[in-house]
Design a protein around this ligand. Structure first.
Ligand code: G
Ligand code: G
Ligand code: MN
Ligand code: NA
Length: 257
């Protein structure tokens, strides 16, 4: 199909883009890091990231796309570090298909190392469906290897899927990202506020760090602070920033050395 052909060409031409959305530590309001988000326009039309991933995986381009995102994100991170900024941790979304490759862990460390990043600079974001996959042995081996080397493992979109509490104990999950559908409708006394607080308390019990996604208002931020949530990501902090805008963003939030 046309989209798949264009995507294959874009991958060869290194035309896959990313934007980076900042995360801040709620208690101090200090910059903590970025999540890399895929962006690609086909003939002027922006294709949603999940659709890009689905097209790629339907045409044996999934690993190539994944590597392109990793390279782009690490390049942007390395450029910030070279300019004297503390870019912080770099979170990258990773699919089940990527983690089914027994070489994934080794390749991520290698690729990011080529850009001067160490494992401690990285966070791998997975979704709950990855933990329910049939190829669980390879996936678990990849996650455990990454975790042991110092890469953080984050469970994305938490609360929307079918992962159970046992998954949090069975897998090396370091970070929980509470899905923005909970944060969006969170008003004092609401069910969503109660559920969010319960997820935060659960994570704390298991010594897992919590990120709230889709934080748009200072009211939500204040409630999350009250609940003991660790990190916030969302339009209140910043929209996703293209690599060309990172220095500008970091110069207003952190001190260079
Ligand atoms: O950036 P946006 O809000 O449109 O992202 C929509 C969804 O696509 C999010 O759930 C996000 O996790 C996912 N996504 C964004 N970038 C990537 C990527 O590089 N790889 C994968 N697998 N998913 C991504
Ligand atoms: O599922 P994931 O968290 O990886 O996707 C993040 C997506 O959510 C990004 O595409 C980003 O553009 C979008 N997003 C980030 N912050 C906000 C926000 O505060 N409000 C809304 N509505 N969307 C957001
Ligand atoms: Mn994500
Ligand atoms: Na999400």
């Amino acid at each position: 199909r046309k989209l798949a052909d264009n995507l294959a060409v874009a991958l060869l031409a290194d035309e896959i883009d990313i934007v980076l959305q900042p995360q801040v530590r709620i208690s101090t309001m200090q910059h903590e890091g970025f999540e890399a988000l895929l962006r690609w326009k086909c003939e002027g039309e922006a294709i949603p990231p999940q659709e890009i991933v689905a097209i790629a995986e339907g045409h044996h381009l999934g690993l190539q796309l994944g590597d392109a995102v990793i390279s782009r994100a690490c390049r942007a991170h390395a450029q910030m570090q070279a300019l004297g900024f503390k870019a912080g941790r770099l979170a990258i979304n990773v699919t089940t298909a990527q983690l089914r490759d027994s070489e994934f862990s080794r390749r991520l460390i290698q690729l990011s190392g080529d850009f001067g990043l160490s494992p401690e600079d990285l966070c791998v974001e997975i979704t709950e469906t990855t933990l329910l996959d049939r190829a669980l042995e390879i996936i678990t081996a990849n996650l455990e290897d990454l975790h042991e080397q110092g890469v953080l493992i984050a469970l994305d979109d938490f609360g929307t899927g079918y992962a159970s509490l046992t998954h949090l104990k069975r897998f090396p999950v370091d970070v929980l990202k509470i899905d923005r559908s909970f944060i969006m409708h969170m008003t004092p006394g609401s069910d969503d506020a109660a559920v969010t607080e319960a997820m935060i308390n659960l994570a704390r019990t298991l010594h897992i760090e919590v990120v709230a996604e889709g934080v748009e208002t200072s009211e939500q931020y204040a409630m999350l602070r009250e609940m003991g949530c660790d990190l916030a990501q969302g339009y209140l902090v910043s929209r996703p920033v293209p690599p060309s805008g990172l220095a500008g963003y970091l110069s207003t939030t952190t001190k260079s050395e």
